[in-house]
Design a protein around this ligand. Structure first.
Ligand SMILES: NC(=O)c1ccc[n+]([C@@H]2O[C@H](COP(=O)([O-])OP(=O)(O)OC[C@H]3O[C@@H](n4cnc5c(N)ncnc54)[C@H](OP(=O)(O)O)[C@@H]3O)[C@@H](O)[C@H]2O)c1
Length: 189
C-alpha cells in the first residue's frame, strides 16, 4: 500500500516565522482581522481534501486552548518523543499521540483509511521535509516582519524543488502560493 500524502497549509510572516519566540500568534490574529467578512483564505476547501491531521506536540498545546476544539471531524495524530502532554479525555478517540517516525506513520495511516494528511507545526513540518515526505504546500504570507520567532523552514540534507500550482493575493496584503513537490529524480528514473 502506498503511503499517505502529506500537505502543509500554514501562514508565515514575511521573514518566515509561524509564531513569536514564545509561541504567540497575536500578529496573525491581528492580520486575519483585516480580512473581508467570510474570507477563509481557502481553508475550508483545503480541509475538505484531507482525512486527518498530523500535528507537532507544541502546536497541539496551542490548539488545546482553542474553544471549541477546531478539528471535531478529523482524527488528529500528535507527534511527540516525550510524555510532555496527555490528551484530555474530552477529546475522546479523535486525538492520539504517536512516537512513530514520519515515514512509518505515513505508511501506517492508509490502513486506517487515511490517504491524505495535513501537517501542522514548524518543527514537525521540518522533520517531514528533511525526510522528503511533503507532497504539497499552501503558504500564506502575512505582510509583517517579526524579526524573531519559530521558523517554518530549517536545515535540510538536500535541496527540495517545487513547482507552483497557483498564486492568489488579497487586498489586506496576504499572498498565498500553492506548491507541489517536484521529484524530477523519480520522473527521470
Ligand atoms: N502560523 C501558523 O499558521 C501556525 C500553524 C501551526 C502552528 N503555529 C504555531 O507554531 C508553534 C508551534 O510550532 P513549533 O515549530 O514550535 O513546534 P511543533 O512542530 O508544533 O512541535 C514540535 C514538537 O513536536 C514533536 N515532534 C516534532 N517532530 C517530531 C518527530 N519527527 N518525531 C516525533 N516528534 C516530533 C516534538 O515533541 P516533544 O518535544 O514532545 O518530543 C517537538 O518538540 C505554536 O506557537 C503554534 O501556535 C502557527
Amino acid at each position: 500500500m502506498t503511503r499517505a500524502q502529506a500537505q502543509v497549509f500554514i501562514a508565515t510572516s514575511l521573514d518566515g516565522f509561524i509564531a513569536r519566540p514564545d509561541g504567540s500568534l497575536d500578529w496573525l490574529l491581528q492580520a486575519q482581522a483585516t480580512a473581508p467578512a467570510g474570507e477563509d483564505f481557502g481553508y475550508a476547501a483545503f480541509m475538505a481534501g484531507i482525512d486527518a491531521l498530523v500535528m507537532g506536540r507544541k502546536t497541539f498545546e496551542t490548539v488545546l486552548a482553542f474553544d471549541p476544539w477546531p478539528f471535531p471531524d478529523h482524527p488528529v495524530h500528535v507527534m511527540s518523543r516525550s510524555d510532555a502532554v496527555t490528551v484530555p479525555e474530552a477529546l475522546g478517540h479523535g486525538v492520539s499521540m504517536t512516537r512513530l517516525a514520519p515515514a512509518d506513520l505515513l505508511q501506517q495511516l492508509p490502513h486506517t483509511g487515511v490517504q491524505c494528511v495535513y501537517l501542522d507545526g514548524g518543527e514537525l513540518i521540518q522533520a517531514f521535509l528533511a525526510a522528503d515526505l511533503v507532497d504539497r504546500m499552501t503558504l500564506t504570507t502575512v505582510p509583517v516582519l517579526l524579526g524573531s520567532g519559530r521558523r517554518l523552514f530549517g536545515p535540510l540534507p538536500a535541496d527540495r524543488v517545487w513547482t507552483i500550482d497557483g498564486v492568489r493575493h488579497w487586498d489586506n496584503g496576504f499572498v498565498q502560493a500553492r506548491y507541489s513537490r517536484a521529484r524530477f529524480d523519480k520522473v527521470v528514473a
